[in-house]
Ligand binder design. Sequence first.
Ligand code: NG6
Ligand code: CA
Length: 506
Amino acid sequence: MKRIPLIFSIASLSMIDAVSQEKEENLQPNVIFIYADDIGYGDLSCNGSTTISTPNVEALAHEGVRFTNVHSAAATSTPSRYAMLTGEYAWRKEGTGVANGDAALIISPERYTLADLFVDAGYRTGVVGKWHLGLGSVSGEQNWNSYLSPNPADIGFNYSYIMAATGDRVPCVFVENGRVANYDEENPIYVDYNKNFEGEPTGKDNPELLKLSPSHGHDFSIINGISRIGYMKGGGKALWRDEDIADVLTQKAIEFIENHKEEPFFLYFATQDAHVPRVPHSRFEGKSGMGARGDAIIQFDWSVGEIVSALKRMGLYDNTIIVLSSDNGPVVDDGYKDEAVELLGDHKPGGEFRGGKYSSFEAGTRIPCVIKWSGKNSGKVNNALLSQVDWFASFASMLEVTLPKGAALDSENKIDAWMGKTNAGRKTVVLQNAQNVLSIVSGKWKYISPSQGEPFNRWTSIETGNNPLPQLYNLSTDKGETKNLASKRKVKTTRLAHQLEQIRGK
Ligand code: NG6
Ligand code: CA
């Protein structure tokens, strides 16, 4: 509590107390990150899409700020999440590529994380949903039938209810505070990413058992009639039903809010939608007219609406900041025959941007972003160049937490932009595609490093942006990155290449 000079009377003292208490409350708004999976800029109606309707996100955008130039740190999930939670670009650390379900925890417990920051600011912290940052200390050595350590609790999350990796990777169970949820004693769980367990069917050998068939990869163990990446055995009643994932995660998120409504909380709610396998609940079936992918986006919007209603019901809405975004750009066919391609019609998941998930082109990382903080920034559109890596330093500034030396080195404090007060963002941002090829955006210019990687993603035929020649685009006149100006603007190209090298060597 703050010290009050003794000359104040008892009456004014209690008044000051009330005022300072109110101030304190406003300084500690609840914070919820709603982090979608593979939802692109063009997948939400608030960003101008007329081929899909996402009214709950639209309502948030009306009440908050809608961002047009926010980037995830990478074009795939694990590195984006790593960067968001550590404030460090993932390409600085080996082993931060797309993680399997038996990966060890990628963020070391010694590390100061975004969750630690909220804990230091006096918040209760929780993560619900897709984790994809590993569990345990040695890859492949986890005992899924016992306490998994380290887990999110060791990097700052007081509560966790997570999917270890992705919907399409085993083990297909939820893990609550380090233990498999609904654990079934009679069906112990075994996981192996190299070889199958004797007698267990696979998508490859037993396609007759599948209700959803792979279009590429995803032909290992079969769970709930869907073959995945990796082998697993057992699980019994702990196994998830894909149709219920959104319901379960949304419910757990609301429970976390309910349990902490009396204290400031930070909730990282990471949805499985619209990642593959896309098996939305039957009540969303056919709702988008675009098949399972569109229906999964509608289901995502439903989850957003449920969180908002719960906050309103509990009287917490006005004092809660909601940050809504996605981990990387969109992909249509990402490995299952779910008719996403056939039924896409005129819908443009990446909006006007080129590429998609996995790509160095803008659609890879230029993702939807909406931030709502009631009454403070309604209805604005913000064009500042920003990265999700900046949430760390920005919230540290808002919460007046001094970061320990060496923490969140790539994160910049842009709280005024996130709150819609200014259009001034970063000077530069570094982006990473699925092959770890780096690009740099500096003002209107974008430079993509030359690389020998494949020009098209092998599985999805998305343009990766890989090119043996350097690429330079003017994003202000050429949002679609159609004209490579590198050979015309040699000085600019060299300067950006140099700047990228400097940041890389920082
Ligand atoms: C790829 C998978 C894809 C998806 C991706 C990770 C194949 C052929 N493709 O390797 O389906 O799981 O990894 O997506 O297996 S992410 O959004 O979690 O980064
Ligand atoms: Ca993703």
